[in-house]
Design a protein around this ligand. Sequence first.
Ligand SMILES: Cc1cc2nc3c(=O)[nH]c(=O)nc-3n(C[C@H](O)[C@H](O)[C@H](O)COP(=O)(O)O)c2cc1C
Length: 188
Amino acid sequence: MDAIRAITERVSVAQLTGPDITQEQKEILFKAALRAPDHAWMRPSRYLTIEGEAREELGKIFYKYQAGREVLSPEKAKKIKNMLLRAPLVIVGITHLEEHPKVPRDEQLLSTGAGVQNMLNAAYAMGLGAIWRTGAMAECEGVRKALGLNRDDVITAFLYVGHINTTPKPVPDVELSEYVTAWTGETS
Ligand SMILES: Cc1cc2nc3c(=O)[nH]c(=O)nc-3n(C[C@H](O)[C@H](O)[C@H](O)COP(=O)(O)O)c2cc1C
């Protein structure tokens, strides 16, 4: 698919299904992610793949920590346990923060964000669907620990990737002039 088309027409797809994402498709996704702009080439981004039974394992961990926070109805308990089964592949996008004299933490986080966006576009260009999610589990200390993260790691995304089994929503109309203005001199 033409790159401009992929970038301008991509939409998020929440209804995803198998079959599994192939090794070749995953390599394209990660090559795209690792072409994100990266000030001083710090390489702050890490990606974990959650596939197959690992999705159920992590779902149990989600349930354990969510159940420790609130009383869960059977429906909500099931929803949390099955959360990661909504796609054959879930990629955890992580920013490993380091001190740098010229690169603040925000820039390191933005670099991973750009990597995740590159994966969304690459998935779309390959005819796959994807959606960037975060939610409470991205901040949960128990989940972070189970994923092997330390205090300098930030979960930037749970990127769900799979095959599209419904008609994706239309590309929303955007009035560019509402967001884009030519600056012509100092504002008084
Ligand atoms: C950092 C970040 C976190 C997000 N977290 C969630 C989330 O947890 N759940 C969700 O439904 N959408 C989340 N979204 C929004 C979707 O990824 C998506 O952008 C939104 O549904 C709009 O769809 P579109 O990308 O087709 O415009 C998040 C987006 C970003 C950038």
